[in-house]
Write a new protein. Structure first.
Length: 775
């Protein structure tokens, strides 16, 4: 067989993978997405001729419908979010209006004209934009990046001359807003704000960015400007709702993708059960890494050029080594043509690898997810993902690597042994249908709001009227800040009273508390930081910690100092922390009656303590042992969603009273596992508590809460999507092939009670009773 350059048939390849002996059950679904024809649109009349010329010179002859539709909206000053697929040319939606506005307004040399502020979540992306804008070369456009790397001269030039500034929310927060008088002419002429890749702004980070954008609107208004916002997002549920929350004003969505797409086959794959016995007798599923290695070997043997995405570099190396050894016995000449591809390579080594892949010298590479955006490869036929990469957006980004020259591509999602992956490979509509996953955050989080109100007051005195700009209980928070002496009320409003810069109060990339520093023991080098909120669970003594694909073991964690000392390691096991939790309801904000049952969302006080950790072999999933830990309990005021059933409902449902705690516990675990399907979070971002009798409700109650101070929006999304979320939870439990519960349904690696008691059948019954009254 050739290397697949002609007539690559993704369906046939997927069928051959599944046809191998004993594999028939593993392919759970094969979806063939037909080719989609382009929907073209003509150039809007208002686009400046120089911009049309620049587009055409760069190879853009015609527009896709979503580009024209979004650009039209933006030009007529309507806040707009474009939420279409990867590589659908979202940037034209903002380039046409922004560049046209500058071209029209710069009517003479030296005139600055309208200004544009472009925000991206990373410096690297802003630098990429600089490259594209420079290549466009539209007369009058004076573009620059403004970030931590900019020299003083560059900063001066940006302030006084640039009309297109590429920066990030961190710089706006720390520099552009606090020193707004120095940027007065820029602010006064601000016509557009571009928020690129806005799905990155989720959880606590999303809440911070939402507040920064409110401060930005206030400062711009002070100089007489009221900029139009244009946001670009990966496809997601309700992009208009998310974008409106981020900006603080109504934003309309353009989400019908007019770009063409090649035929793509998506295979969903579930590794088989092994003879190994897991925790409490549960069956152990083959690891996604081992399964991926086998699939890569088969694809290579079939002449299919493949990239595999794996969570850690160690995992990527394992996939490559294992695939090579499998090939060595069947096709030794191919074994050498498989490699791992990771961070830490010199750029020239990476380019050499990319070149080898392009030429076909290499047939397959295994890479870490972290590298996904840094890879410059085309000409691949298949993409194998060892585990769901966390969001649909990243999954499609990865699948988008396959398919060359108009040929079809193949994406294979290999499930990990957890409820979400298992649910996805057995419920294809959740992955391939209309997205239900929403980018969520809570701009009203008082812990986030407080420092931004201080920063706003330092920027310009905060008036009564300003308070409506901010979310949540802004007036209450300002009251507390005034009482505590941070703000003082005068005739013109509230003033910042302290000497330090108020913007320093908020670390927008961390979720509160000082981040814990991770230091390499042999060199003292700072490897990175981890949020205080998740440090206990991720960098406790003995934890295996993966940072940018590199694996370390934590030698020591000093809670008081906030330092974790780590050593590079080549372990063949992973660890998961086990936590025990206690919860108290502070105040319900919303309560829904579901028949006799109830569903609530509100403030809760959580006391959580990491008590032990579990070691699990990476290759097999086998549990190697559990070690106790001695860490202090942490108190957390946050948001939670909870549901209750009455004693009468429990009495009538047929679950024996002794089994009720296990049934509720099992439902809680599975619900935590499934929430990331609806809210872009990780199961580690949330926690849960279940009890047959809770002191605050007087009845059976199951809680799921945000693991970040003040709440990150995940529990709230659980409340608003409760019916769909809990229905999926029920489905995930009921459809799992195990008999009494396993890691694919109701067992949780972070359970502080050693996954006991758990009652799988009882959990389905309780959820049935609850959902019978769902509204
Ligand atoms: Zn199961
Ligand atoms: Zn548990």
């Amino acid at each position: 067989m050739s290397t697949g350059s002609r007539g690559f048939d993704a369906t046939a390849v997927a069928m051959r993978l599944a046809a191998a002996p004993s594999r028939s059950d593993r392919l759970t679904h094969l979806e063939v997405l037909p080719e989609r024809a382009a929907r073209e649109a003509s150039w809007p009349q208002w686009v400046h001729p120089a911009v049309v010329a620049a587009c055409q010179a760069s190879g853009v002859d015609t527009l896709w419908s979503h580009q024209a539709q979004a650009a039209d909206r933006v030009w007529s000053s309507q806040h707009t979010v474009v939420a279409t697929g990867t590589a659908s040319g979202k940037s034209l939606a903002y380039l046409l209006p922004t560049l046209s506005a500058i071209s029209f307004s710069v009517h003479a040399p030296g005139v600055r004209g309208d200004t544009v502020l472009y925000l991206s979540p990373t410096k690297a992306l802003a630098h990429d934009q600089l490259g594209s804008l420079a290549a466009f070369d539209v007369p009058g456009v004076r573009v620059t990046t403004y970030d931590g790397d900019s020299s003083l001269e560059e900063r001066d030039w940006a302030r006084s001359h640039a009309n297109y500034v590429l920066t990030n929310p961190d710089m706006v927060h720390r520099t552009l807003l606090p020193s707004h008088p120095r940027w007065a002419p820029f602010w006064g002429a601000l016509r557009f704000v571009v928020v690129d890749e806005c799905h990155h702004y989720r959880g606590i980070f999303g809440a911070h960015v939402a507040q920064i954008l409110r401060r930005l609107r206030r400062v711009a208004a002070h100089y007489g400007a009221s900029p139009t916002f244009v946001l670009a997002s990966a496809t997601a549920a309700n992009p208009d709702v998310t974008a409106s929350r981020l900006v603080g004003e109504p934003v309309g969505a353009v989400d019908v993708d007019g770009s063409p797409r090649g035929r793509t086959a998506v295979a969903l794959w579930e590794p088989p059960l092994t003879p190994l016995i897991g925790e409490r007798g549960a069956p152990v599923r083959r690891s996604a890494t081992s399964e991926t290695a086998e699939l890569v070997a088969d694809l290579v043997a079939d002449g299919v050029r493949t990239i595999a995405f794996v969570r850690s570099r160690r995992g990527a190396e394992t996939v490559a080594l294992r695939a090579r050894s499998l090939l060595a016995s069947v096709a030794p000449e191919l074994a050498e043509r498989v490699a791992s591809y990771r961070g830490g390579y010199l750029p020239e080594d990476r380019r050499e690898l990319e070149l080898q892949l392009k030429r076909g010298d290499l047939m397959a590479v295994a890479a870490t997810n972290a590298l996904e955006l840094g890879i410059d490869i085309d000409g691949l036929d298949a993409v194998v993902m060892a585990g769901f990469p966390g969001t649909r957006a990243s999954m499609w980004q990865q699948i988008g690597r396959s398919g060359r020259g108009g040929q079809g591509g193949l994406g294979v999602l290999v499930a990990r042994d957890d409820p979400l992956d298992t649910y996805l490979v057995t419920h294809p509509e959740a992955l391939l249908g209309k997205p239900v996953e929403a980018t969520v955050f809570d701009p009203g989080n008082p812990y986030v709001l407080a420092p931004h109100l201080c920063a706003a007051a330092q920027e310009l005195p905060l008036t009564e009227a300003d308070l409506s700009l901010f979310d949540g209980d802004a007036a209450g928070v300002v009251g507390s800040l005034t009482e505590a002496g941070y703000l003082r009320r005068r005739a013109r409003g509230w003033f910042w009273t302290q000497r330090e810069r108020a913007a320093e109060l908020a670390d927008i990339r961390s979720s509160g508390g000082s981040p814990v520093r991770i230091v390499e023991s042999s060199t003292g080098r700072l490897i990175g930081t981890v949020d205080a909120a998740s440090a206990h669970a991720t960098v406790h003594r003995g934890a295996v910690y993966v940072h940018r694909g590199e694996t370390y073991v934590v030698d020591d964690f000093d809670v008081g100092e906030g330092v974790a000392v780590v050593s590079p390691a080549r372990t063949d096991y992973s660890t998961s922390a086990r936590e025990v939790t206690d919860i108290r309801i502070v105040e319900p904000h919303h309560v829904q009656r579901w028949g006799d049952a109830s569903l609530s969302f509100g403030s809760v006080e959580v006391s959580a303590q990491i008590v032990a950790f579990l070691k699990r072999r990476v290759s097999t999933g086998e549990v190697l042992g559990e070690e106790p830990l001695d860490l202090p309990a942490r108190q957390l005021r946050t948001k939670g969603v909870w549901w209750t059933l009455t004693d009468a409902q429990l009495g009538a449902c047929g679950v024996e009273p002794l089994d009720v705690p296990g049934a509720a516990h099992a439902a809680e675990h599975a619900a935590i596992g499934l929430l990331p399907l609806f809210a872009t979070c990780d199961r580690w971002d949330i926690g849960g508590v279940s009890t047959a009798l809770h002191v605050d409700t007087g009845t059976l109650t199951v809680f799921v809460y945000d693991g970040h101070p003040g709440g990150a929006g995940f529990a709230e999304r659980g409340f608003t999507a409760a019916r769909a979320w809990l229905t999926a939870t029920r489905e995930a439990i009921a459809s799992c092939g195990c008999s009494d519960g396993c890691p694919s349904c109701v067992q949780s690696p972070k359970c502080g009670n050693g996954n006991s008691p758990l009652d799988k059948a009882g959990a389905v019954t309780l959820l049935d009773v609850l959902l019978a009254g769902a509204v």
